[in-house]
Design a protein around this ligand. Structure first.
Ligand code: ADP
Ligand code: MG
Length: 716
């Protein structure tokens, strides 16, 4: 509830557009210092320009080009005062990363002309060569030309460097045929789609005041830190982001002593500097803590509207990585840097809020009587059930295959956890049976301690999609991922469900003679009957759930090649077309890009594994064999030699098999090729690892060529 007040500003139409930079954050005197925020705009723009800009933003209308020159001038002056010498259109191609090309600001020359300038034209449009960015076929049939277009709804900011600063202008990236080549355009389109549908539904529900609905996101980011020295001693870490070798250390995470533990000093200093940098950029970081695995940490910002949150998330990943180097560490964002330990995810807390400051997923004290909440929560249940496979696909990548579906949080089967209070509320409305548990208090057995109010539902860490009080938390997002695509999917499928349920609601309202609660109850009943089987409150990791889920007809898509085809499945194409979020061609391009990324990354892993095994690990084993040869021929030594011989043979055979698998033409491209990479190539790489890890346990420590898990994880 505390958060709800703070974020009210973010939901007002302008605040919603412009994010948290205009909030006052206690204790952070530098908050938003490097952001071209509303306050800065107000101070620097001519009054009528400022007013016109805010008005077009509020209305969600395109900006009059005649305003752009003024805005550009103010932006440039502000940026140069802050030390910026260059500007860039900052955009998000389909790589999960951001892209930038720097252009210098030129000063006016003596005769009154300027060599080059930063005018409205440069602010609004850029023209990077699109041919070197992934486009999945869009570029093959058309030309290389691409455009970046200013997104005035996400504020410009300055990235500092000790040797100069850079003005970054958030932009969208399109092909010259107008197809989205980035993560931002579809996200903005999906926010529009959801807003339109939600506003129509709100009218039916009797709310005539809201004019815009924003989707909101608060991402919790998990990451690992390793000492830089170890990182550079491991080609697997610096080429693939994860360790392809490494025996299980004597101590892992079994003592549960790292989670929420006191933060090591070097790490805390690092975190404080990360937060300081992000604060200047207007990214409101709110929590930090140790995560479950040793060497694993988490940070989370206050939520913002999806577009800004997504931009801020890119900045967060970048700053986490940059600042680590100043502390002699490297930040790993890979989903599974270390086998046998928890991997890293990004919990995507998601909700919808109106410009009149109402969180549509806030159940209040009596959810069973809250028609508006019940309606929108039902829409989410319906959307997630219908598009469960697409949701799974939206979080698929090679790193995720070690988490989802691989005995780790959360499972590859999508289900929803509602918590006891909500689940009974829905059941009661749908069936008329059951009692919703009353709010209660927890006595702690001593009068010295306060009575704690007990939450309506427990938490369920094993659920991929959990209701957590006033939002849904999609926990299956990977730590290295951009927020763009997954939220585009969430928004679009929810827009569709809201639209469909609004149709039913309108009919029910006639039947109930305008009794909103009765009409919503009828909608809830239908959703519960048709889609209720997606709701599951038990242990998502258990074998029993896998069986039960299958009985319920829920999809289990354990790996990336299993999941990706759902991006171009007819149902997906129809939905995305209907709400004008992504055309068939734009979906196909994403599908192709994601499949290719999987296969390329698998290939890089496999080649790295082969080369490390042959040129680092095998030689170490052979040196150890020499050591044994020098040890004479006592029965003990003979025994050791025999053991080592067996392991070396296993390694050599596995290396040969991997090299053979790597030297393939493979089924040509596409998802078949991806499946081949998974079943043949990655499997062969894993066999090499198994053999190498056994050797790690017998080869002399001083001969072992790469840092071991215990060193990387416990030396902080
Ligand atoms: P926990 O670890 O308990 O899940 P955290 O406090 O680490 O929670 O993170 C919760 C995240 O959820 C924060 O980013 C918070 O801002 C976000 N959040 C809270 N309310 C909403 C909302 N209505 N919409 C989107 N995100 C929200
Ligand atoms: Mg959480």
């Amino acid at each position: 509830t505390r958060q709800q007040n703070v974020t009210a500003a973010q939901w007002s139409s302008n605040g919603g557009a412009l994010g948290a930079a205009d909030l006052t954050v206690p204790g952070a005197s530098n908050f938003g210092d490097n952001v071209f925020s509303v306050a800065v705009q107000k101070a620097r723009l001519p009054k009528h320009i400022f007013k016109a800009l805010q008005e077009s933003l509020a209305a969600g209308e395109p900006l009059d080009a005649s305003l752009a020159d003024s805005v550009a001038q103010a932006m440039r002056e502000w940026a140069m005062e802050k030390g910026a010498t260059h500007y860039t259109h900052w955009f998000q191609p389909l790589t999960n990363l951001t892209a930038e090309k720097h252009d210098g600001f030129f000063e006016p020359v003596g005769d009154g002309t300027a060599l080059a300038e930063f005018s409205g034209k440069e602010l609004i449009q850029g023209e990077p060569d699109a041919s070197s960015f992934p486009s999945g076929g869009i570029r093959a049939t058309f030309e290389a030309r691409g455009y970046t277009a200013w997104d005035p709804t996400s504020p410009a900011f300055i990235l500092e460097n000790p040797n100069g600063a850079l003005l970054c202008i958030p932009t969208a990236f399109v092909s010259w045929t107008g197809e989205a080549l980035d993560a931002k355009i579809p996200l903005l389109r999906s926010m529009d789609a959801l807003s339109n549908e939600a506003i129509k539904a709100l009218k039916l529900l009797g709310d005539e005041t809201a004019t815009r609905v924003f989707t909101t996101v608060g991402p919790e980011q998990e990451y690992f830190l390793v000492d830089e020295q170890y990182y550079f001693e491991r080609p697997d870490l610096y080429t693939t982001g994860r360790s392809l070798f490494g025996a299980k250390p004597p101590k892992g995470q079994e003592l549960d002593e790292h989670y929420f533990g006191s933060i090591p000093e070097r790490v805390l200093s690092y975190m404080l500097e990360v937060e300081e940098e992000l604060s200047k950029l207007g990214v409101p970081i709110k929590t930090r803590h140790n995560e479950v695995a040793p060497g694993q940490y988490e940070l989370a910002p206050l939520f913002e509207n999806s577009n800004i949150s997504s931009d801020h998330q890119q900045l967060t990943m970048q700053i986490l990585q940059n600042v680590a180097r100043r502390y002699g560490m490297v930040c790993l964002l890979h989903e599974k840097p270390f086998a046998g330990l928890n991997g890293s995810g990004k919990h995507n807390n998601w909700s919808m809020g109106t410009d009149t400051k109402v969180n549509l997923l806030n159940p209040g004290d009596t959810p069973e009587a809250n028609a508006q909440f019940l309606f929108f929560a039902s829409a989410v249940i319906k959307a997630v059930n219908k598009h469960q496979a697409l949701l799974r696909a939206s979080v698929a990548n090679i790193g995720q295959d070690h988490r989802l579906g691989a005995n780790e949080a959360p499972p590859a089967i999508i289900s929803i956890f509602l918590g006891a209070e909500l689940q009974t509320a829905f059941e009661k409305i749908a069936t008329g049976k059951g009692t919703v548990p009353k709010k209660s208090f927890l006595g702690l057995g001593t009068n010295m301690l306060p009575q704690l109010p007990k939450d309506g539902g427990d938490r369920n860490r094993t659920s991929p999609f959990a209701f957590t009080g006033n939002r849904f938390e999609f926990r299956a997002v990977g730590s290295s991922m951009s927020l763009g695509f997954v939220n585009t999917v969430l928004n679009t499928i929810t827009a569709e469900a809201i639209s469909e349920l609004s149709g039913q609601l309108a009919k029910e309202l006639k039947a109930s003679k305008g009794d909103v609660f009765a009409a919503v109850s009828a909608v809830v009943k239908t959703v519960w009957e048709e889609d209720g089987h997606i709701v599951f409150d038990g242990d998502g990791y258990s074998e029993a759930w896998h069986k039960e889920a299958e009985k319920r007809g829920l999809l289990n898509l354990p790996t990336t090649p299993d999941a990706l085809p759902w991006i171009v499945n007819k149902q997906t194409v129809d939905t995305f077309k209907k709400f004008k979020v992504l055309s068939k061609r734009e979906l196909e391009s994403r599908y192709e890009v994601f499949v290719e990324q999987y296969s390329s990354k698998a290939n890089i892993e496999a080649e790295t594994a082969a080369s490390m095994a042959r040129t680092m690990i095998l030689p170490a084993a052979l040196r150890h064999a020499e050591l044994l040869d020098d040890g004479g021929d006592s029965p003990a030594i003979e025994k050791l030699k025999e053991e080592l011989d067996g392991l070396i043979t296993e390694l050599v055979e596995a290396i040969f098999a991997l090299e053979k698998a790597n030297d393939h033409d493979g089924p040509d491209g596409g998802v078949k090729h991806a499946a081949y990479m998974r079943d043949v190539v990655l499997a062969a790489a894993n066999d090499v690892r198994v053999a190498a890890d056994k050797l790690e346990k017998v080869v002399a420590d001083d001969l072992w060529p790469i840092p071991k898990y215990s060193e990387m994880l416990f030396i902080k």
